[in-house]
Write a protein that binds this ligand. Structure first.
Ligand code: GDP
Length: 589
């Protein structure tokens, strides 16, 4: 079924409202200058039951904000993003309880991350415990001294930052594993930058201390060179010597984790509708789509209606990290969830809603938020820096050779205009990699390359995550652009991005002169507001704006590949079956 009519268009002017990843209802009301009770009522209308002190996620807040005449956008400011580190931290009220810390393990390859995660799991699974065999579900919970700790067991900053890049910060604290016989290596340095950019506290595990060649003091010195100063050296970073192989020191490491967790006063409210994040997901032959959810606040229960990313479903079964079926999962608990028809991405956010109608509204809100998410560009951040909206211009810097890293970094850091300043969140020699793009996406940074290239995978990811990569081969051009950006004077660079490819399967007459095309989205997606390039036999016949986009009889914002839709264009009706339509858009950067 495809569209038969063209829709009436309505234009509403909305006020801009920057919002963090999660916001307490009371604060949201305050920012909109609205009565909290009416905000709570509006939340109920979209199926979210939250009290004034409880936090709602960005998309939910954005959906509600729209009803109050605001167009929300994700706050780029680092301090606001850090606030999302624990949705639960924002929750207050009588039902709030402390919750276990969620820990990620990062470090250079072969320094023992996997072995350490295994050792931790082994020390803590009580012997003879029923169902003691642990399953790999992407995260596991252990107990130390009777208190629980949750570990994300996909080690490495790829997973850590990929989730942040999708807008989900699940980790409360990071363990940096450094081999005592090897010291700080390139990925150690990269991991340090990723942890710092995330704003989470870290503990250093100096591993392989059983080896003859182990030299923990050398590790501490090398860390100090990277501005990670351990306590013994007068800093505030805890470090523990361990051997993942013999198990020595692992118990001290767990005690240090609990110490930091206590200081962080991690809180959640188990008695509210659950919010969580997808840690990983897979398609299982017998069970269908299986996703591991880390519950952040609330309690997830069988039968709950959920929205996960852009998919909706109903919780059919929950399985814990020991393979046991459970009825519910509370804060900081990882569980496998069955009941979604589609596979969500790692980092996708879960919310529990009252019914299917509410689920649809949340999905729509999320799609709108995704549509409206602007690319992070030098020009854009510059304009915000110049207007005082943000005080810094975050940059990921890549250069050709090791020797030029510091020189370019110094040149950039010495630039500043009014109150705004360049902040280099990571700088290293080599090509621009996918990790660089993820880090930039997670930190709303731009990537600046000097005499270097971009890996093809990174280029693809940058397009998808709307991260700007700017390459320079002359240093003064680079500094000139960044300086202009800081002053808010950089002109935008636009490029054309193809978002989707459609084939015309049928043509319908709407009136004597107007026709619509019944299309199949073969690649990517098509969204309202995009341009459509109609080609026939490889030759372009028209290029112009999309006037309407429908699925069945409904106007929609976006149609993904694999689906059919109806399309009308402004100024063109002469479709023919077999035409290929490219949905494209001018994008900054
Ligand atoms: P990852 O790449 O960081 O996950 O490192 P792995 O956990 O795979 O460990 C790399 C290698 O170091 C393996 O051969 C481990 O057996 C070894 N290894 C890990 N931890 C220790 C340790 O504490 N002592 C010794 N001697 N070897 C270790």
């Amino acid at each position: 079924m495809v569209d038969q009519q063209s829709p009436a268009t309505r234009r509403v002017v909305l006020k801009a409202l920057p919002l963090p990843d999660a916001i307490p209802v009371g604060v949201l009301a305050e920012r909109m200058d609205a009565d909290p009770v009416s905000v709570i009522k509006q939340l109920m209308r979209v199926g979210v039951f939250a009290s004034i002190n409880e936090a709602v996620d960005y998309e939910t807040a954005a959906t509600v904000a729209r009803a109050f005449g605001f167009s929300a956008r994700q706050a780029g400011d680092q301090s606001q993003r850090a606030a999302s580190s624990a949705i639960a931290e924002l929750t207050e009220g009588e039902n709030v309880q402390s919750r276990p810390p969620v820990v990620a393990v990062l470090g250079h390859v072969d320094h023992g991350k996997t072995t350490l995660l295994d050792a931790v799991r082994k020390t803590s699974v009580a012997e003879g415990e029923a169902g003691g065999i642990t399953q790999h579900i992407g995260a596991y919970a252990i107990e130390h001294d009777g208190r629980p700790i949750t570990f994300i067991d996909t080690p490495g900053h790829e997973a850590f930052t990929a989730m942040r890049a999708r807008g989900a910060q699940v980790t409360d604290l990071a363990i940096l594993v450094v081999a005592a016989d090897d010291g700080v290596m390139p990925q150690t340095a990269e991991a340090i930058d990723h942890i710092k950019a995330a704003g989470v506290p870290m503990i250093v595990a100096i591993n392989k201390s059983d080896l003859d060649g182990a030299d923990p003091e050398r590790v501490r010195r090398m860390l100090a060179e990277k501005d990670v100063i351990v306590e013994k050296w007068g800093g505030d970073v805890l470090d523990v010597e361990v051997s993942a192989k013999t198990g020595d020191g692992v118990s001290d490491l767990l005690a240090s984790i609990q110490l930091l967790a206590e200081m962080a006063e991690l809180k959640a409210n188990p008695r509210r509708a659950a919010m969580g994040v997808v840690i990983e997901s897979k398609r299982d032959k017998s069970r269908g789509a299986v996703s591991t959810i880390l519950v952040q606040t609330g309690t997830l229960q069988i039968g709950d209606n959920v929205v996960v990313g852009a998919a909706k479903g109903r919780v059919k079964a929950l399985v814990d990290d020991r393979g046991r079926r459970v009825k519910e999962a509370g804060p900081s608990t990882p569980v496998e969830m069955l009941g979604l028809s589609e596979l969500p991405d790692a980092g996708a956010r879960l919310v529990v809603v009252s019914d299917d109608k509410a689920a649809r509204e949340v999905v729509e809100g999320r799609q709108r938020a995704a549509d409206e998410r602007r690319a992070t560009t030098l020009q854009d951040i510059g304009a915000r820096a110049a207007s005082g909206e943000t005080k810094e211009l975050p940059i990921v810097l890549k250069t050709d050779v090791f020797g030029s890293v510091d020189a370019v970094r110094h040149a950039l850091e010495s630039l500043s205009a009014s109150e705004a300043q360049v902040r280099i969140i990571h700088a290293s020699p080599g090509a621009v990699t996918e990790n660089d793009v993820l880090l930039a996406a997670a930190s709303n940074a731009v990537i600046v390359g000097f005499n270097t290239r971009t890996e093809p995978g990174a280029k693809r990811l940058a397009g998808q995550d709307r991260v700007e990569i700017r390459n320079y081969d002359i240093i003064y051009r680079l500094t000139e652009d960044v300086e202009k950006a800081l002053q808010g004077m950089l002109a935008p660079t636009l490029r054309d991005v193809v978002e989707g490819r459609l084939t015309v399967r049928a043509v319908f007459d709407l009136s004597r002169s107007r026709r619509s095309a019944g299309c199949y989205v073969a690649e990517g997606a098509v969204s309202r507001g995009a341009m459509a390039r109609v080609t026939r036999g490889g030759a372009e016949v028209f290029d112009g704006p999309i006037a309407s986009l429908r699925r069945f009889k409904n106007d929609v914002r976006q149609v993904q590949n694999g689906y059919e839709c109806g399309l009308t264009l402004e100024g063109f009706s002469d479709f023919q079956e077999g035409d290929v339509i490219e949905a494209h858009r001018q994008q900054a950067g």
